[in-house]
Design a binder for this molecule. Structure first.
Ligand code: MV4
Length: 500
């Protein structure tokens, strides 16, 4: 039962990525788009397109009924949710299945189990997967929370059972503060998720964030594709990811892979998924499982040679998962920079405008997964991710040099972007040495200071020069690397001219 026609319930770069995979497999693809996305790259990349509603996501990309109607209008037999929007919504997966269509992702039950972080912790504990010390049940009262916190050991983190991705967390340093914080966390969780259940974990102070890519088919095979290092982030938005993780013990690497497969098996997982871990002092702990394709999947693709999105489609079509032995050992090193329409010198404030110019880098070992084109309006209604620059190199340092070169070639004008931040990271000694943790960005303020450290006069002078040269990214890191422009005649030119 191979898939015939896939409706892509998403937009931007991931919708383009899915359309490409469909095309390569001979599966028809159908884009959906909002009124803000007429003629968008994901529409152009697909075989058919359906207008589903206004710009507002709740009335288009998040509207289950409109999406299911689009499926029946075009005769789609499957839905790929991408990431974000409805990708981890168990009711949507269920609705797709109820409509007699294939959801390209895990069974709705696996989404629901991993979506409740306390259920996930119980499943993992039962499967022998190490979790951060703490409670495996939601805490009914502040007094019970205090008991659990004393057991876990202070400082602790209060987390929402329905949370994930960093929303609704609260650090508590001392027992005296716990009950108040518990009430506040519970109230916040109710507001954010309509579910006030809270649990407690020991707070790890300076961990690395490492995740393992999983593929599982519907015939009992579960494999991992190695890990990614994803610590470089700000406010839970990743900025740079790489594979394999630098400075990782071979024994830890191998145990991470085994444990991630056990995690997937514990919830009868099918499809592509990611098991997230925190790593501190040589120990690792299960954090959560993402039951979707992730933004950073390309770094794994580049070091394993496996097309993960194609495999999502093939697994959904009932195929058996078969990968070459060679995936067990990563080939070289891959790095991804998320290029988003945010100003790194203004607290990563979203920047809006129209893409005026776009020149994407090429050459050996460079990949651009983009969702924009000249003329694209970048507004505030959707995620600011514009595209991803991904490179591969034989070694980590070769990949860093390649990324630096590719960032210099990338010309993207019209909105402020994270490009100058990424350039600075590639040059920064701790990054170059693989010394990273989730606190990397906060520990390297020079990467986000812009003109802040400059005297007012110097800043004004620099800003006005840059404003002239490069209108939309006035910041010291933003000057495009100059070729040496010889405006004066060189000695040989003068001699040459004299001869004529
Ligand atoms: C933690 C933690 C420290 N200790 N849990 C943030 C997002 C959510 N997925 C879980 N997160 C964290 N959980 C314990 N017990 C630190 C973080 C955390 C983090 C995790 C992954 C990637 C980036 C992060 C940035 C800040 C905090």
């Amino acid at each position: 039962m191979t898939l015939q026609k896939v409706l892509i319930a998403n937009r931007g770069e991931i919708a383009v990525r899915i359309a490409r995979a469909c095309r390569e497999l001979g599966i028809r693809s159908v884009a959906v788009y909002s009124e803000a996305d007429q003629g968008a790259p994901h529409v152009v990349a697909s075989d058919e397109a359906v207008l589903i509603g206004p710009a507002r996501a709740s009335e288009s990309y998040l509207d289950v009924d409109r999406l299911l109607n689009a499926c029946s209008a075009v005769g789609a037999d499957a839905v790929h949710p991408g990431y974000g929007f409805l990708a981890e919504n168990a009711e949507f997966a269920h609705g797709v299945e109820q409509a007699g269509l294939t959801f390209i992702g895990p069974p709705a039950a696996a989404i629901a189990e991993m979506g409740d972080k306390t259920v996930a912790r119980r499943r993992m504990t039962d499967a022998g997967v190490p979790v951060v010390p703490g409670s495996t049940e939601p805490l009914a009262t502040g007094a019970l929370a205090l008991e659990a916190a004393e057991l876990a050991g202070f400082p602790v983190l209060l987390k929402a059972a329905a949370g994930g991705g960093g929303k609704g967390m609260r650090i508590v340093d001392r027992a005296e503060e716990l009950e108040r914080a518990f009430d506040a966390a519970s109230r916040e969780a109710t507001q954010a998720f309509g579910d006030g259940r809270v649990y407690v974990e020991r707070f790890l102070q300076d961990p690395r964030h490492i995740e393992v890519q999983i593929l599982a088919d519907g015939h009992g095979t579960v494999l991992h594709l190695g890990e990614r290092e994803c610590s470089i982030q700000r406010r839970h938005q990743k900025l740079v990811e790489e594979a394999p993780a630098p400075n990782l013990d071979d024994d830890v690497r191998s145990r991470l892979g085994d444990v991630a497969c056990a995690a997937a098996r514990a919830v009868d997982y099918v499809g592509a998924g990611t098991v997230e871990f925190l790593l501190e002092d040589g120990e690792f702990y299960f954090l959560e499982m993402n039951t979707r394709i992730q933004v950073e999947h390309p770094v794994t693709e580049l070091v394993t040679g496996v097309d993960i999105v194609q495999w999502q489609l093939r697994i959904a079509g009932g195929e058996k998962l078969e990968l070459p032995e060679s995936v067990a050992v990563p080939d070289g090193h891959a790095i991804e920079c998320r290029i988003s329409g945010e100003d790194p010198y203004a607290g990563f404030l979203p920047s809006t405008g129209t893409i005026r110019e776009l020149e994407v880098p090429g050459g050996p070992g460079v990949r651009w997964d983009g969702g924009i084109a000249p003329g694209t309006e970048v507004g505030l209604e959707y995620d600011p991710l514009l595209g991803k620059l991904i490179v591969h190199g034989k070694t980590r340092l070769a990949a860093i040099a390649r990324m630096r070169r590719a960032l210099d070639e990338l010309a993207l004008h019209g909105v402020r972007t994270t490009i100058p931040f990424h350039r600075a990271v590639m040059d920064e000694p701790d990054f170059r040495a693989g010394r990273v943790s989730v606190r990397y960005v906060e520990r390297h303020p020079q990467l986000t200071d812009g003109l802040a450290g400059w005297s007012p006069d110097a800043a004004l002078a620099a800003a006005s020069i840059l404003e002239h040269r490069f209108r939309d990214t006035a910041s010291p890191g933003a000057v495009r690397p100059g070729r040496t422009q010889h405006t004066e005649r060189s000695a040989w030119q003068r001699r040459f001219e004299a001869d004529e």
